[in-house]
Design a protein around this ligand. Structure first.
Ligand code: 5AD
Ligand code: SF4
Length: 434
C-alpha cells in the first residue's frame, strides 16, 4: 500500500515548481501517492511564502487546522520561504510539525519524510545541478528553473535571505529539460528565476558553458517542438537593447513582459536599491511598446514604502499613466525581518498606504476600461491549457490575455484562432474560428 500525501502551495511560480519537485521525489523515489483529501493523508506538506507578513501569519493558523483535521499519526511538514526564514522556531511554536525544509533544500525531501523531527534550512546549499524526478501538474506548459536564489539587495525583500545567493543552472540541463517536456506535449516553456535576465553571472558547475539570458532564450527557441517561450521575472535594470531586440524579433518568445516597477519615484527607487531611475524604466517600457505594438506589460507596485511622500507616490501614478500596464500586482509595503527597509525611519502610516493602494487600483481600472474594449473583434492565436467552470476552456493569447471559449478537453494542448466577442477587465471571451 502506498502512503498518501497532501500538499498546499502558496506564493510564486517558483514555489509551484518546487512543489512539483516535491511531488516527483515522493512519488518516484519514495512510496507515496498524492491525495487532495487532507483527512486521508499520512503526510501533510505546506509550501510557504514569506514575501509579505500576511502569509506568514496564515502559516501558524493553517498548520493548527492541519493538526486538528489530520488522521491519527499523520506527519506535517513545512517547506518553502517561511521554513527558510523561521527554521526551528516553527517546531517550537507548533511542536506537532515534524519537519521544516528550506526553499533551497527541496532535494532533501526524501530524507525529511523519514525522520521524526528534521530541520534543514541551509541557504548556501547548491541544488543547481540536482537531478529531480519529473512531474508536471500541467502537461501543456512546462515550468523550468533557470537559476536558484537572488543576488539583488532590494531593501524591502526577504527573498535573498530565504533562497540564498544566485546560482545559474547550466544551459545543457535547461535545454535537456525543455526538450523532454516539449516532446511530452508541453508546447509552452516557462523559464523561471528570481531574476531571469541576470542569468549566467555565476554557475555552481565550473564546466557550465558561459552565456547570458538572451543567449539562453535563443537556444531554447531552437528546440523544434517548443512553440512558445515565456519567462518570469526579469529585472528592468538588465533590459539592455540586445535583450529587447531578441524579445521583439524571436517569434517563439511570447509578447508579454513582466516589468516590476515597485515605485515610480527615483528617490524611492534609490532607497529600495533597485538600481534604475524613473526615466530608465520609462525609456525601456516605452521602447518596448514601440518595438512590439501589441506587447502586454505587467508590473508589481509597492505603495507606502518608508519615506514615500505624496510627490513620490504621484511619480508612481505618472508611470502607470504613461505605460498603461495591462496588469498590475499592487501591494502595501510590509516590513520584513532581516531586510534593511524594516529598520528605516519614516514608516508610512497604514491609512495612507491603504489610500494609495486604492488609488493605484482605481487608476488601473480606468486604464483597463480604456484599453480592454479595443480587444473586441481582434483575432488571437490561443493556446488552450485548462478547463474552466461552466463548460469553458481557458487559454492564453501570445501576449498573455486569458481567453475563454465554450468547449471541452479536446481543445487542451491545441492552438486555435479565436475571435474576441466580449471583454472584461480580467479575461476575454471568444469564438474558435477553425
Ligand atoms: N512588502 C510588500 N510587497 C513586497 N514585495 C516584495 N517584498 C515586499 C514587501 N516587503 C512584492 C514586490 C515583488 C513581489 C513579488 O512582491 O512587488 O515584486
Ligand atoms: Fe516566492 Fe518570494 Fe514568496 Fe519565496 S518569498 S515563495 S520567492 S514570492
Amino acid at each position: 500500500m502506498r502512503k498518501k500525501f497532501f500538499i498546499e502551495t502558496l506564493g510564486c511560480a517558483m514555489n509551484v515548481r518546487d512543489s512539483e519537485h516535491i511531488i516527483a521525489e515522493l512519488t518516484q523515489k519514495e512510496n507515496y501517492e498524492l491525495t487532495d483529501r487532507l483527512e486521508d493523508a499520512d503526510l501533510i506538506i505546506i509550501n510557504t511564502c514569506s514575501v509579505r507578513e500576511k502569509p506568514v501569519h496564515k502559516l501558524f493558523s493553517e498548520v493548527g487546522v492541519f493538526n486538528k483535521r489530520k488522521k491519527k499519526g499523520a506527519k506535517i511538514g513545512v517547506c518553502g520561504c517561511t521554513a527558510s526564514h523561521l527554521g526551528e522556531e516553527i517546531i517550537k511554536k507548533a511542536p506537532y510539525v515534524n519537519f521544516v525544509l528550506g526553499a533551497r533544500n527541496v532535494s532533501k525531501i526524501t530524507k525529511a519524510v523519514k525522520e521524526d523531527k528534521f530541520v534543514d534550512i541551509d541557504i548556501d546549499y547548491d541544488e543547481s545541478t540536482y537531478a529531480f524526478s519529473d512531474f508536471r501538474s500541467n502537461p501543456y506548459k512546462a515550468l523550468i528553473n533557470i537559476s536558484i536564489g537572488c543576488d539583488k539587495k532590494c531593501t524591502f525583500c526577504i527573498v535573498p535571505h530565504t533562497r540564498g545567493e544566485e546560482i545559474s543552472i547550466p544551459a545543457e540541463l535547461i535545454l535537456q529539460e525543455a526538450k523532454k517536456a516539449a516532446k511530452n506535449g508541453a508546447k509552452e516553456i516557462f523559464l523561471l528565476g528570481q531574476n531571469v535576465n541576470n542569468y549566467g553571472k555565476r554557475f555552481g558547475d565550473p564546466n557550465a558553458k558561459k552565456m547570458d539570458f538572451t543567449d539562453l532564450l535563443e537556444m531554447v527557441s531552437e528546440i523544434e517542438e517548443v512553440e512558445r517561450i515565456r519567462f518570469t521575472s526579469p529585472h528592468p535594470l538588465h533590459m539592455d537593447d540586445r535583450f529587447l531586440e531578441v524579445f521583439a524579433k524571436n517569434p517563439k518568445i511570447c509578447k508579454s513582459m513582466h516589468m516590476p516597477l515597485q515605485s515610480g519615484s527615483t528617490k524611492v527607487l534609490r532607497d529600495m536599491k533597485r538600481g534604475y531611475t524613473k526615466e530608465w524604466f520609462l525609456d525601456r517600457a516605452l521602447k518596448l511598446r514601440e518595438m512590439v505594438p501589441d506587447v502586454h506589460i505587467s508590473t508589481d507596485i509597492i505603495v507606502g514604502f518608508p519615506g514615500e511622500s505624496e510627490e513620490d507616490f504621484q511619480d508612481t501614478l505618472d508611470v502607470i499613466r504613461k505605460v498603461k500596464f495591462e496588469q498590475i500586482f499592487s501591494f502595501k509595503y510590509s516590513p520584513r525581518p532581516l531586510t534593511k527597509a524594516a529598520e528605516f525611519e519614516n514608516q508610512i502610516d497604514p491609512d495612507t498606504a491603504s489610500r494609495r493602494l486604492s488609488e493605484v487600483q482605481a487608476l488601473h481600472d480606468e486604464i483597463l476600461d480604456e484599453i480592454i474594449p479595443k480587444e473586441v473583434g481582434k483575432v488571437y492565436e490561443v493556446y488552450f491549457e485548462e478547463l474552466k467552470s461552466g463548460g469553458r476552456v481557458g487559454g492564453r493569447s501570445d501576449n498573455n490575455f486569458l481567453v475563454l471559449v465554450e468547449g471541452s478537453e479536446e481543445l487542451l494542448g491545441k492552438f486555435k484562432k479565436v475571435k474576441i466577442t466580449r471583454a472584461s477587465r480580467h479575461s476575454l471571451f471568444g469564438e474558435v474560428l477553425e
